[in-house]
Structure formats: structure tokens, C-alpha cells
Design a protein around this ligand. Sequence first.
Ligand code: 9D3
Length: 250
Amino acid sequence: MRIDILTLFPQMFDGLFNYSIIGRARERHLVDIRLHNIRTYTHDKHHAVDDYPYGGGAGMVLKPEPVFEAAEAIKGELESPSVPVILLSPQGRLFNQEVARQLAGYQQLILICGHYEGVDERVVEHLANDEISVGDYLLSGGEVAAMVIVDCVVRLLPGVVGSEASLVEDSHTDGLLEYPQYTRPAVYRGWAVPSVLLSGNHSQIARWRRQQSLLRTAERRPDLLEKAILSKEDEKLMNEALRNQVVEGM
Ligand code: 9D3
């Protein structure tokens, strides 16, 4: 996959893209990520990328010309004119794992990061063919949102995360939160690891873990529990866990 990112701050991406999973995926040529500074596509002597909003109001608006020219320079190099051109904006559709899977199916992506108070609407109407937000909170620009999307999408590409691990992950992501994990030492500062995990009884361990997942999801993310498909056994585990909780709380 090739990902082109249009931004006023290409250096912001240096950390994420050069380390860990993304760094390794780039080294192994599993993904080709290219950063483009929108300012390079200005023609005036001040390299202006923003201007005052028509009609007045606070803040500055990203000008259309350099954004269009940057995107067209990239599209010119590409085979397919139907490549997704995604504007990161608080007005976009909400990003989630399903959107990530959808984007991971493309050969190329073009991401446009806005900054300032907004982007000229002609970019939305005539250049971008998708608009994505990463959540209902205000960032100072689209760069962090682009990093979120690139991170999620790249780890879905074949070979990036060990195929074994991803298969296991897929089969176990049934919409519940994960169970608590522990490693050595068995007792740290007097805090012991739950004894069932040291028992070697694998069916009991699986049962405990499932129960923890169910309980945590019920407590912290009831919205997820409503969507999850629970077995009869899950219902039993849940009821048992809730009973125990009540007793423990007494
Ligand atoms: C709602 C605030 N806007 C009207 C005053 C101005 C504005 C401020 C900051 C518009 C955009 C931004 C920068 N944010 C993004 O570019 C952005 C974003 C976000 O803030 N939250 C979640 N997802 C995204 S994707 C891009």
C-alpha cells in the first residue's frame, strides 16, 4: 500500500513512522508512506497557506490552491484516479476498526491534514471523496488523526503483524474488552497474581479470563456488551461473576 500525506507539519510524523511496527513495515517495503508539505505548493512570495474567512470570524482558513495542487501532483503520479482522498476533519464520519479494515483494502490512500480553524469547503466538495474524524474531541490539527488512521491501517496489511498473532486476535475480538494480564513476579509489593493463573488448569484459566472480559465489558462498556453475541455459557459466567461481586462487596 502507498499512503501520501499532505500536511503543513511533515516533521510531526517522524516519531511514529520511524519506529516499532510502522517503522519495520516501511523497512520491509510493506507500506510506502510519503509526506508532502502543503507549503511547497504555494507560489506567492510569502508562501501563504491560509487566509481570513470570507464573511468574517475568528481564525484562519486553509487556502484551496496549494491543497489542490499538492493532491494533483500526487494523483498525477498514480495509476488510479479513483484513489481515496480523505480529509481529516471534525465533521467527518467516525473512524473505527471497520473503517480501518475498509481502508486497508485499497492500494493507495491520500490523507489531507487541515490545521487552523478549517479548510476551504471547495477542498471538501471537489477534491476529497471521504471525510473522517477520529473522535468527538478537538485536536489542534489533522496530523494526530492521520497518525491514528495510518497506525490502524498499516497493522492490518498482510505480513505487518505476524499472521499467527493477527489470526488469533481476529478470532478472539468478539467485541468484548480484554481480560487482565500478568507476568512475573507472582507477588509484587505484596500484590499477588490471581491464583487460578498459576494453577496450570487450562479450562479454569479460560473460564476465569472469559468471566473477566464479560465483567469488565459490562462495567465499563455496556454499549459493547449490547452488540456482542453471548453464548448460554457466557450468560452463566456473567451471572456467577455478578453474584460473586455482590458477595465480595459485602
Ligand atoms: C470545532 C472547532 N472548529 C470551529 C471553531 C475549528 C477547528 C478547530 C480545530 C477545526 C478543526 C480543528 C483541528 N482538528 C482536526 O483537524 C481534526 C480532528 C479533531 O479535531 N478531532 C477528531 N478528529 C479530527 S480529524 C481532524
